[in-house]
Design a binder for this molecule. Structure first.
Ligand code: ARG
Ligand code: ZN
Length: 844
């Protein structure tokens, strides 16, 4: 049941047009299809096969004559005419009992769909593959006041609505929504003068949480016109918020469907992080209209073609609207936390995988985030001008195509004349390269020597060298920049680069802006790191220097019991007090390094990480930092006050991010007085949650948590924060108990992925709690994954990734984790999704 990239064969027919009629009913929805198939002359004849799963076939006909197709577990086959023909079928499906949230399902009484990657086959019989593209005409019949599908509006009346999408699309972009919804309307005029109707559709009561999303949508439409010359192409663009959703959102043509947590926002209920994320996801789904919909993927191995590029585009958008350095630093924190972790363990796979069992298991940090990094490297290598030329060529040449990574790289080769054969290894080779650097200074010549090595990954024991763009700048002894940023292009396993005519040995700032997704190993003194933190002109490396100091100090504490390093404390205190620096940047310098990230570093250095020791060292460091800054904390705290009404922009968000850091430290020193006061007076969720977190972090705040609950128990999204905060901030020895107690709360349900993730995502991110030596964290998660798998395989499989690092730890933890993984695997009727994930984790 493994599917291989090398086995790709085109479908034997093209689909000229698709007509669908839905008669909606919670348990007996009828779906009629009429599809015109024309033999594909470029393909040798093949058996006619249509995908279909969990469908009850009512009737089937070819050219009007009823036929008896042969039904298989995965679809059906039939004898068909040699030439073109019309296929008709009627099936029955049950949206209400569809807890997998794939295909047509119900969420709080509304009908909605999720078809990517292979969900359309749960709606009707169809060649459910991205390289089969067609125009769709859809009639929706139901008593719901709002009936939506893709494309432009057609006829509508009482109990029905018709939709026509003139743009050929693969079935994974199909969508249907029906419910008692209200809209937040607006409109947009495109570059060329097309008037577009815009709507955000929500359940009654959520109308006041749409304005920000709408503003983000219009900003995205303008940005894509200005930066990429891409214009919207239908008369209407609809967004719908759905409470039960496996992922963040989905780019269905003209009808984007969103997890409500990724679109609904208000100052009272959403944090600055929520606002920024919502803005980015709205942009992401909108940008897919060109990178994903107009140009789609030939097969699911090419997923990064649309996802890597679209993530790259949404990160450009956020950088332009907010702060580019802050966005870059946040992205790298996320990349190290999720993608490096994946790349270094049993689930490592190339940006373009070569095989899979269940494609839903490959919507990963590697495909998305590393996929975006690869595009960033390409842009850096060819330069901005050629990048946009290549993109123009890509859009003109491949509009309407189901394309491949080869198509993508070809436009770059044509525009630049470069040979990208070697660069292409970033798509085919898994694992994070480790880049070591040494330097030498002699007679005014400064030489940097780099070595690259990628550790083996499952199925790839040997690694070839990659093309690594290394952005470098040099600083003189007074902190002045003697060599502005220049790009070194490393192509070999070992390579040296020299700079001439220098008066004295410079301090090198290497991998500026994190110019490649690699682990840089650079042995240097704390004095040099502190010098870079003070003087580097590159904001990323300025921050990175602080990280390097902090990391070195923490590693020393864990391995030798050393006290926090004074060079680090002094340097960070200086940054914290420096009012000339952006508050958002100061907040990032004050942010602790993730304990899982530290475990990875220790493991890479040959130690067996002890989660409790990592936790203790992190606590000691936080306490020392708070003491070191104690005198300044009240002054710094007062400076984070933002006057006037809440605006979720970068300036206000930066100050509030710093507020959160300072308050956390202050709470260690003042017993929580300031945090309690802030909790009471805060008029926005960012400040309120920061206060609650600060208190919970010191194992206090029970009253505030109860108060928060009473205030917000009627708001699902805020309740998710309440569930998550208690688990995330619980002491290691209590985390599993807190999580378990919350699963007995009347508002807990495994059927809602957001709620399940609030509790269990928080547990797995509580590093010392989840990996507690009692094994309670492992056992509790396994219990619930087994329960959830019967309902929702996709979310279960995704949560299994919590176990992917188990082999790093000591024998006791390893065998405890292994026992739970084995127990999951032995469950009767375990889904294909979860079986694949657990098997890979165990075999890695
Ligand atoms: N294409 C969507 C996005 O990135 C993600 C949908 C993934 N869905 C899934 N079931 N794997 O915007
Ligand atoms: Zn996407």
């Amino acid at each position: 049941e493994t599917i291989y990239l090398k086995d790709y064969t085109p479908f034997g027919w093209t689909v000229e047009e698709v007509h669908l009629t839905f008669a909606l009913h919670p348990t007996k929805t009828r779906v009629k299809s009429r599809i015109r198939f024309v033999p594909n002359p470029d393909v040798p004849p093949q058996e006619f096969f249509l995908h279909g799963e969990n469908l009850t076939l009512i009737s089937a006909a070819i050219d009007g004559a009823t036929i008896p197709p042969k039904i298989t577990p995965k679809g059906l086959t039939a004898d068909v005419p040699v030439g073109p023909f019309v296929w008709e079928s009627e099936v029955e499906i049950s949206p209400e009992t569809n807890t997998a949230l794939e295909g047509l399902y119900m969420s709080n009484g509304m009908y909605c769909t999720q078809c990517e990657a292979e969900g359309f086959r749960k709606i009707t019989y169809y060649p459910d593959r991205p390289d089969v593209m067609s125009t769709f005409t859809v009639r929706v019949e139901g008593s719901e006041p709002v009936l939506l599908s893709n494309g432009n509006k057609g006829d509508a009346g009482t109990g029905f609505a018709e939709w026509h999408d003139p743009w050929p699309k693969p079935a994974y972009l199909f969508a249907l929504v029906a419910g008692d919804l209200v809209n937040h309307p607006d409109n947009f005029k495109t570059q060329s003068g097309r008037d577009v109707e815009l709507n955000i559709w929500v359940r009654k009561g959520d109308e006041d949480k749409c304005a920000f999303g709408m503003q983000a949508l219009k900003a995205s439409m303008t940005w894509d016109e200005e930066v990429y010359g891409r214009e919207y192409d239908l008369d209407i663009f609809n967004i719908v918020a759905v409470d039960d959703f496996n992922m963040g959102a989905m780019e269905n043509k003209g009808l984007n469907i969103f997890n409500s947590s990724c679109v609904l926002a208000s100052p009272e209920t959403s944090t600055d992080d929520n606002f920024e994320r919502i803005e980015a996801i709205i942009a992401h789904e909108y940008f897919h209209n060109w990178t994903g919909n107009r140009i789609t993927c030939r097969d699911w191995f090419q997923l990064c073609l649309k996802e890597g590029l679209t993530v790259y585009r949404d990160s450009q958008f956020t950088s332009d609207l907010r702060s580019a350095p802050v966005k870059r630093i946040s992205d790298v924190i996320d990349l190290r936390g999720r993608q490096f972790r994946e790349d270094g363990g049993p689930l490592a796979h190339p940006v373009r995988p070569e095989s899979f069992v269940e494609i839903n298991n490959f919507y990963t940090a590697t495909v998305y985030e590393k996929g975006a990094e690869v595009i960033g490297m390409l842009k850096r290598l060819v330069g901005d001008e050629d990048y946009y030329k290549a993109l123009d060529l890509y859009f003109t040449r491949h509009d309407g195509d189901a394309a491949t990574i080869e198509d993508w790289l070809n436009v770059f080769e044509e525009v630049t004349g470069r040979n990208l054969k070697r660069f292409k290894r970033w798509y085919s080779s898994a694992g994070t390269p480790r880049l070591t650097v040494t330097d030498k200074f002699k007679d005014g010549r400064y030489t940097l020597t780099f070595k690259q090595e990628t550790p083996p990954t499952p199925g790839q024991p040997q690694k070839k060298p990659r093309v690594i763009p290394i952005a470098v700048g040099l600083l003189g002894p007074n902190g002045d920049e003697v060599q502005p940023t220049t790009l070194l292009e490393m192509t070999k396993r070992q390579q040296s680069f020299s700079f001439e005519g220098l008066a004295s040995k410079p301090v090198a700032s290497i991998l500026r802006d994190f110019s490649a997704p690699v682990v840089l190993e650079h042995e240097r003194s704390n004095a040099e790191r502190a010098f870079l933190l003070a003087h580097d002109t590159d904001p990323f490396n300025k921050w990175e220097a602080g990280q390097a100091l902090r990391r070195a100090s923490l590693i020393a504490s864990v391995t030798t019991g050393a006290a926090p390093d004074t060079a680090f404390l002094d340097a960070v205190v200086r940054v914290a007090r420096d009012d000339s620096l952006d508050p958002a940047f100061r907040a990032l310098v004050l942010q602790p390094i993730g304990q899982d990230d530290l475990a990875a570093t220790l493991h890479a250095q040959g130690h067996t990480p002890d989660p409790q020791a990592i936790y203790d060292a992190s606590e000691t460091m936080a306490q020392s930092l708070a003491q070191e800054l104690a005198d300044s904390l009240p002054r710094l705290y007062a400076d984070t006050t933002v006057d006037g009404p809440f605006v979720p922009d970068a300036t206000g968000a930066g100050k509030r991010a710093l507020n959160g850091r300072i308050l956390y430290m202050l709470t260690r020193m003042d017993g929580g007085a300031q945090a309690r006061a802030q909790f009471k007076t805060a008029d926005n969720m960012t400040l309120k949650l920061a206060a609650l977190n600060a208190l919970l972090g010191q194992d206090t705040g029970t009253d505030e948590a109860e108060n928060f609950f009473q205030l917000w128990k009627g708001d699902r999204l805020v309740m998710d924060k309440w569930f998550a905060a208690q688990v995330a901030l619980a002491k290691p020895e209590k985390a599993a108990d807190v999580a378990e107690a919350l699963t007995a709360h009347p508002l807990f349900t495994p059927k809602n992925p957001n709620r399940f993730r609030a509790v269990f995502g928080a547990l797995t991110m509580n590093h010392a709690g989840f990996h507690h030596s009692s094994g309670r964290g492992y056992a509790l998660l396994a219990d619930w994954l087994i329960k959830l798998d019967a309902l929702n395989p996709q979310t279960t499989a995704r949560m299994c990734t919590a176990f992917q690092t188990f082999a790093r730890y000591d024998d006791t933890r390893r065998s405890l984790a292994k026992a739970q993984l084995t127990r999951i695997l032995s469950t009767n009727d375990l889904s294909r999704d979860t079986t694949e994930m657990v098997t890979r984790i165990l075999e890695g």
